[in-house]
Design a protein around this ligand. Structure first.
Ligand code: G1P
Ligand code: ZN
Length: 547
C-alpha cells in the first residue's frame, strides 16, 4: 500500500472554517481535491499523529461516504495509530464528542452541515473537534485557514475503499481503522446519566412520544434507546433512517421545518410529547400536546429540575446561555444560587466553562441544549432529560413549563430570520445600528410608553477562564423593563447573509401568560423596525422564518 504524494493542483482561498466548520454547497466539495486540500491543511497544523487516535463520522448526508474514504487514506498517511469510524460512515456530532472523550482521542472529524438541507443540491461540511471533544477553537481554525492557502503536497494512500458497512478492523498502511457501532458508546453514556428504569416505567404506563428524526442521523440513536431499550412502542421514532438527502426534509427542528410533527401534536389524539432532532442530532425541539416549548424555556426547565436526574443529582456548578437566548435560565440560576454565564452565539464558547467545571448545563435559543457530558449540544440527550423529568415529577410537558412561568414569570421570546439578503445590505443595517449606539441610552420610546433604552452596545465577551476577548458579537438594546432586542448576522449560512432579530419581554402577570408570543412582542417588533429599518435594508416585508 504505497504512500501517495500529489502536488496540490489548486489553492482554494475560500477554505475558512467558521464556528461550525467549513460548510459549503456539495458542488463546491466535489471540486477536484477540494476536501483533500482542507484535510491536508488540518493535518499539517496538527502535531505528529503517531500513537494518536482520530474519530471520524458524519450525518450520512450526500458525499459523506466519498469524503470518509478520502479522510481515512489521508489519516493513514498522516500516521495515526488508530482511526475509529462509525459503521456506514455514521456518527452523530454528540457521539463523536463522546467517543473522543471516552477513548482519549486527540481529535475527531465530523462530516455534516448540521441542519442545512442535504443531497446533491444541498450543503456539506467538515469540522474538526479537539481532544476535549469540542469544536476547534479559533486559533486552530485560523491556522487551518492560513495553511489551506499554502498546501502544495497532499499525502494519501494508493489503496482501495474500505468496507464501512460491516463492523471490523482493517489495516491501512500502519494505521488500524476500526469500524464501530455508532450507538454503543453513546448509549452507555446515556445509561449513566438518566434513570432508565423510571423512563421504562413511564412508557409502560402508556405514555406516548413521537420522535421525528427527520431522516437524519438522530434516527439510529433514538430508535436504539427509546424503542430498543426503554420500551417505547415500535413507531415511536419516525423518519428514523438517515437518508442522503434527508428525504427532501429540511432537518432543522423548529416549528417551521418540522411541520408534520407540529401537525401531529395539534391533533385531538396527539401523543403526550413530541420531539425532533436535526441533521447531525445536536439540536432538539420539544413539544407537548398542543404546546411548543421555546428552547430558552427548555433550558430553564432542565436547570430548575436537574437534581431529579441521576447524572445531575449533586446539583449544577453553573449554567450558561448564549447572549440572544432568553433570560429565563438566569432567573432559575438566581433561585438556585448558582452562576449564570452569558456567552456569544456558538457552542464553542461553552467549552472553557464546561472544561473548568464552572457550568454544567448550557443552551442556545437555536434549539441547542447540552451539558458537561460532551462538548457539543446534544439532541437525543435533551429528549431523554425531558422524559426523565416527566417520569420523576409526574408532570406533563406543558405543566412543567407553566410551573416555570408561575414561579419566574414568562419570558416571551421570538427570533425573526431574514434569509438570503445581499451581504452589503446586511452589513449596512448593522453599521447603521452601530453608529446609533452611543445616542440610544436614555431615549424615551413612543412604541413603548413609559420606557427608555437602558443599554445599547455591541456585545463583547471576555472568557472568564482564559481571558480571551471576542468583540462585535451582536448589537443588543435593553429597555428599562429588561426587554431586549438583539441584532446579529448569521455565521453559518451558505447563501447571502441572514439577519437574525431576537426579541424578548418578561411578563410577571400570570393572567397574561397565555398570550400569543408575536402579539406580546408586537411593540418590540415595531421598535426594531424604527431603529434598524429592517424592511428597507432587507427588502422584505416579513421575516422568512419566525421561531
Ligand atoms: C446558528 C445558531 C447558533 C448555533 C449555530 C450552530 O448560528 O444561531 O446558536 O450555535 O447555528 O448550530 P448562526 O447562523 O446564527 O451564526
Ligand atoms: Zn446540528
Amino acid at each position: 500500500m504505497p504512500l501517495l504524494i500529489t502536488q496540490a493542483t489548486q489553492p482554494y482561498p475560500g477554505q475558512r472554517p467558521g464556528t461550525s466548520g467549513l460548510r459549503k454547497k456539495v458542488s463546491v466539495f466535489q471540486q477536484p481535491r477540494y476536501l483533500d486540500n482542507f484535510v491536508q491543511a488540518l493535518f499539517d497544523v496538527l502535531p505528529d499523529a503517531s500513537g494518536q487516535t482520530l474519530v471520524v463520522g458524519g450525518d450520512g448526508r450526500y458525499h459523506n461516504r466519498v469524503a470518509i474514504q478520502t479522510i481515512l487514506r489521508m489519516a493513514a498517511a498522516k500516521g495515526y495509530a488508530c482511526v475509529l469510524v462509525g459503521q456506514g460512515g455514521i456518527l452523530s456530532t454528540p457521539a463523536v464528542s463522546a467517543l473522543i472523550r471516552h477513548h482519549g482521542a486527540s481529535g475527531g472529524i465530523v462530516l455534516s452541515a448540521s441542519h442545512n438541507p442535504g443531497g446533491p443540491e444541498g450543503d456539506f461540511g467538515i469540522k474538526y473537534n479537539i481532544g476535549n471533544g469540542g469544536p476547534a477553537p479559533e486559533s486552530v481554525t485560523e491556522a487551518i485557514y492560513r495553511r489551506s492557502l499554502e498546501v502544495n503536497t497532499l499525502h494519501s494512500l494508493d489503496s482501495p475503499d474500505l468496507p464501512l458497512d460491516t463492523l471490523g478492523r482493517h489495516t491501512l498502511h500502519h494505521t488500524e481503522v476500526e469500524v464501530i457501532d455508532p450507538v454503543a458508546n453513546y448509549a452507555e453514556l446515556m445509561r449513566g446519566l438518566f434513570d432508565f428504569d423510571a423512563i421504562r416505567a413511564l412508557f409502560a404506563s402508556g405514555f406516548r412520544l413521537r420522535y421525528d428524526a427527520m431522516n437524519a442521523v438522530g434516527g439510529p440513536y433514538a430508535k436504539a434507546l427509546l424503542e430498543g431499550e426503554l420500551g417505547a412502542p415500535a413507531g415511536t421514532v419516525v423518519n428514523a433512517v438517515p437518508l442522503e438527502d434527508f428525504g427532501g426534509l429540511h432537518p432543522d427542528p423548529n416549528p417551521v421545518n418540522a411541520t408534520d410533527l407540529v401537525e401531529h401534536m395539534a391533533r385531538p389524539d396527539a401523543p403526550d410529547m413530541g420531539a425532533a432532532s436535526d441533521g447531525d442530532a445536536d439540536r432538539n425541539m420539544i413539544l407537548g400536546r398542543h404546546f411548543a416549548v421555546s428552547p430558552s424555556d427548555s433550558l430553564a426547565v432542565l436547570a430548575a429540575h436537574a437534581t431529579r436526574v441521576p447524572g445531575y443529582a449533586r446539583g449544577l456548578q453553573g449554567v450558561a446561555r448564549s447572549m440572544p437566548t432568553s433570560t429565563a435560565v438566569d432567573r432559575v440560576a438566581r433561585r438556585l444560587g448558582i452562576p449564570c454565564f452569558e456567552t456569544p452565539t456558538g457552542w464553542k464558547f461553552f467549552g472553557n466553562l464546561l472544561d473548568a467545571g464552572r457550568a454544567t448545563l448550557c443552551g442556545e435559543e437555536s434549539y441547542g441544549t447540552g451539558s458537561d457530558h460532551v462538548r457539543e449540544k446534544d439532541g437525543v440527550w435533551a429528549v431523554l432529560f425531558w422524559l426523565n423529568l416527566i417520569a420523576a415529577t409526574g408532570q406533563s410537558v406543558p405543566e412543567l413549563v407553566q410551573a416555570l412561568w408561575r414561579t419566574d414569570g414568562r419570558c416571551f421570546y421570538s427570533r425573526h430570520d431574514y434569509e438570503g439578503i445581499a451581504s452589503e445590505r446586511a452589513e449596512a443595517l448593522m453599521q447603521g445600528l452601530r453608529e446609533q449606539l452611543p445616542s440610544l441610552p436614555g431615549r424615551a420610546l413612543t412604541e413603548l410608553p413609559g420606557q427608555t433604552i437602558a443599554l445599547a452596545d455591541d456585545f463583547a465577551y471576555t472568557d472568564p477562564v482564559d481571558g480571551s476577548v471576542s468583540q462585535r458579537q451582536g448589537v443588543r438594546i435593553v429597555l428599562s423593563d429588561g426587554s431586549r432586542l438583539v441584532f446579529r448576522l448569521s455565521g453559518t449560512g451558505t447563501e447571502g447573509a441572514t439577519l437574525r432579530l431576537y426579541l424578548e419581554r418578561h411578563e410577571a402577570d400570570p393572567a397574561r401568560h397565555g398570550l400569543d408570543a408575536q402579539l406580546a412582542l408586537a411593540p418590540l417588533i415595531a421598535l426594531a423596525e424604527t431603529l434598524a429599518r429592517v424592511r428597507h435594508f432587507t427588502g422584505m416585508e416579513q421575516p422568512s422564518v419566525t421561531t
